[in-house]
Design a protein around this ligand. Structure first.
Ligand SMILES: Cc1cc2nc3c(=O)[nH]c(=O)nc-3n(C[C@H](O)[C@H](O)[C@H](O)COP(=O)(O)OP(=O)(O)OC[C@H]3O[C@@H](n4cnc5c(N)ncnc54)[C@H](O)[C@@H]3O)c2cc1C
Length: 103
C-alpha cells in the first residue's frame, strides 16, 4: 500500500507472542521479499522503519463489550483481534448505550 506522502507500506505478519511488541529479522525478510516480488522496483529503496502492533484477542475471538463484573464505573471494550478498527463505530455505540443506561 502506498500512502499519500509516497511511503510504501508492506505488511503484515501475525504471530501469537503475548504482549511482545518486538520486531524480527525473519518477518522483515519475509515482508521485504514479498513486496519486492510484487514490485521489483522496491529493490532500489532502503527500508525506513519496521514496527509491530498488537491485535488484542479473547477466547474464541469474541469481543468483550460489557460492564466490568466487579467495578461499577468500568466498562470493557476489548478483544477485537483483527477487526478493532472496522468494528469501532458499532462498538463505541454499544459502549455509549451501556454507560448511559447504567448511569
Ligand atoms: C498490523 C495490523 C493490522 C491491522 N489491520 C486491521 C484492519 O485492517 N482492520 C481492523 O479492523 N483492524 C485491524 N487491526 C486490528 C486493530 O488494530 C485492533 O483490533 C485494535 O487496535 C484493538 O483496539 P484496542 O483499543 O482494543 O487495543 P489497542 O489499539 O492495542 O489499544 C490499547 C491501548 O492501551 C494502551 N495501553 C496498554 N497498556 C496500558 C497501560 N498499562 N496503561 C495505559 N495504557 C495502556 C496502549 O498503548 C494502546 O494505546 C490490525 C492490527 C495490526 C497489528
Amino acid at each position: 500500500m502506498q500512502r499519500q506522502d509516497g511511503v510504501v507500506l508492506a505488511g503484515s505478519t501475525s504471530e501469537d507472542v503475548g504482549f511482545d511488541k518486538g520486531v524480527t529479522e525473519s518477518a522483515r525478510h519475509s515482508l521485504q521479499n514479498k513486496a519486492e516480488e510484487l514490485m521489483p522496483m522496491l529493490k532500489k529503496y532502503n527500508i525506513q522503519n519496521q514496527w509491530s502492533g498488537l491485535r488484542p484477542g479473547s477466547q474464541g475471538n469474541i469481543p468483550m463489550i460489557e460492564k466490568h463484573p466487579k467495578y461499577n464505573n468500568v466498562y470493557l471494550n476489548t478483544g477485537h483481534y483483527r477487526y478493532g478498527l472496522t468494528m469501532a463505530p458499532r462498538a463505541a455505540a454499544i459502549v455509549t448505550d451501556l454507560i448511559t443506561s447504567h448511569g
